[in-house]
Write a protein that binds this ligand. Sequence first.
Ligand code: FES
Ligand SMILES: [Fe+2]
Length: 405
Amino acid sequence: MKNRDIDLAALPRWPAAFNQVPKWVFEDADVFELELDRVFRGPLWHPVAHDAELPNVGDYKTIKIGRTPLLVIRGDDGQVRAFHNACTHRSTKLAMAFRGHSGDIECPYHRWVFDTRGQLRACPGEAEFPPDFKRADYNLAQLRCESFTGLWLVSLNANPPPLLEWMGDLAQPVRDALGTDGRLTLLGYQKVRYQSNWKVYIDNDAFHAPLLHAAFRMLRWQGGSGSQRRLPQGHMMILSELDAQPTDGGLLRDPSVIGYLGGDAPRNKSPGQAAGSSLLAFWPLTAIANHLDIFNIRYANPVGLDEVEVHYAYFAHADDAADLARHRLRQSSNMIGPSGFVSLEDATVFLRIQQALETEPGTTFFLKGWHEGADLARTKQNDEAPNALWWEHYRQVMSFERATS
Ligand code: FES
Ligand SMILES: [Fe+2]
């Protein structure tokens, strides 16, 4: 649904205090419609796949951005392209599988056939089509799609900024996170739907990490002297120190799951500190995570106002020994995946936030690390106040006016 009339003036004003966020922003259906337009179809880029997910000609992946279904496919010329996942005849969805391999793509409805470059190759009954019909007018609708160190990003917008300009200072950490050369091996996927608004999911702050999560206490997150950055484009970076030799305090039946084998994930090292963690979140919500030997991309997209779907894609570096690759997968899925003992705790809190929105006071608060004049672009590892800067970017993108007092 595009260009739906939404009366922004009917919404309460955004709070004057910089460190407060109104609860209506998580539960108003009109706000969600506006987000689909201003955020998800806005002038920005969405990560959709890594080369390692589409290694061969004809490999494809389907993914949604907002409500728009996409087909990302490696053509017979080796090039990855992103198309609307819709037949150009009567809009039948073409690929139904999450991931697969295809030669030409045939629509089941009237058997139009598209090649892996999106060109219409055959259409039954063509002789009786209008005389001005040209197949070339009905090729699949192609989107802007560019690669950064093997990561493919798509824009739904006609005029996105140049990719590198949009990534800004996120580019180098992402390159590091992807193993510098981007030569990855896909280990597998897990998918989950969190029962909350997508912004509750991405608002998961660094303050809570050792307070909610027993695992991050074992890894001595609280003692870390890492850092956070918030970039003008809305991206977030949380670079943290972890303890490479954690003690599980008898909580785990098999403590090796939190062990560190020294994989080549980027590490926020300081003297005496071997392990680390980085969370690199592209605006608005897909992230690359490295904790210990964990290495995943979390492709995320709202399903509706109060539901967000996350695809955890697990990777190893192409040069990893088999033991390390297996450890990465085991550690990733047991700690951070949908049934991971860290992420389960997050999922519960996301749901509990969504369930408690119709309450007073009508705002939420970012307190740790907040004071008037604070530089929220660069803060300590464990602060929550930098999230307020993400929200300021969001508020501006959405054109919500802040109250003056
Ligand atoms: S809708 Fe696809 S061939 Fe008619
Ligand atoms: Fe968390």
